[in-house]
Design a binder for this molecule. Structure first.
Ligand SMILES: [Zn+2]
Ligand SMILES: [Zn+2]
Length: 277
């Protein structure tokens, strides 16, 4: 099986509102997204398909065949629309990122010849995207940024061993990174609010549990968590999971960019080889 993806762009307006609710309740639940006149985003849509490689042509499916279906669908139903008012589906369902990705999946599934739909990923902006695959669950990923210093040093190793393994990352004063943290939750969009989790709640938890503790700090010197734990990004990802999972019941994944080149993912202790032999 081969997997390929095509990226498309569109722009749309939306508003998060339940008309039966008071203005105050809409504000409370949806914050500034409840503005009845709407606000807009430049969305990036990734359509990923899978299929068998055709030996003669060397392709799974002609990209122009994907484009034909997807571009016309996007043009007709999404691009340039005020979704709440100009798309029947979103007159009934709030056009949250989770609901839009589900709608796109349901609309395109089975429609592209010579391949199967594998995944739909929809970026609302650089700091928020939602994904849908075959199963029922939808995932929502929020991205955060923090700057932190660390020194790679394990108390279980000798000074020589530390220098040998970690090189200049073992320098006594440490060094720092621009970390980007992705917090992914999964679930079914709530039938009323269209959300699998309220972003304001996730933001609040991450602010309290992660940003306040780690942003503009020296992990080894300023934090309880890494006083005796080597702050490798593997450990940082696990610690972040452990701090967030009691507060975010549907936490699915922690993604951590230490730099643009170094990326780490952690899915929690179940499938764990956390501390292998
Ligand atoms: Zn929005
Ligand atoms: Zn480093």
């Amino acid at each position: 099986m081969l997997y390929l993806s095509r990226k498309l762009y569109f722009s749309a307006l939306h508003s998060y509102r339940i008309e039966e609710w008071s203005e105050e309740k809409n504000r409370d639940v949806f914050g500034p997204c409840s503005n009845p006149n709407g606000h807009g985003h430049d969305y990036t849509l990734e359509v990923m398909v899978k299929g068998k490689l055709n030996r003669e042509s060397g392709i799974v499916v002609n990209i122009t065949d994907i484009d034909k279906v997807v571009k016309s669908f996007v043009a007709e139903h999404l691009d340039g629309k005020f979704l709440n008012k100009e798309n029947d589906h979103f007159e009934e369902n709030i056009p949250t990122t989770e609901n839009i990705v589900t709608y796109i999946w349901n609309s395109l599934d089975g429609k592209i010849d010579h391949c199967e739909l594998h995944k739909i990923r929809l970026h609302e902006n650089n700091f928020l995207y939602s994904e849908k695959e075959e199963e029922q669950m939808v995932r929502l990923t929020r991205k955060y940024h923090f700057c932190t210093a660390h020194r790679l040093h394990s108390e279980q190793l000798s000074s020589e061993e530390n220098r040998e393994i970690f090189g200049k990352c073992n320098n006594p004063y440490g060094h720092g990174h621009n970390y980007y943290l992705e917090v992914t939750v999964n679930g079914k969009p709530d039938p009323v609010t269209g959300m699998i989790a309220n972003l304001a709640d996730i933001d609040e938890v991450v602010e309290k549990e992660i940003m306040k503790k780690f942003d503009h700090k020296h992990l080894n010197l300023d934090t309880e968590e890494f006083k005796h734990l080597n702050p490798t990004s593997e450990n940082v990802a696990v610690v972040i999971w452990d701090l967030l999972s009691p507060k975010l019941s549907n936490l699915y994944k922690i993604g951590l960019y230490e730099t643009e080149k170094n990326y780490f993912e952690y899915y929690g202790p179940e499938e764990d080889l956390q501390y292998g032999a």
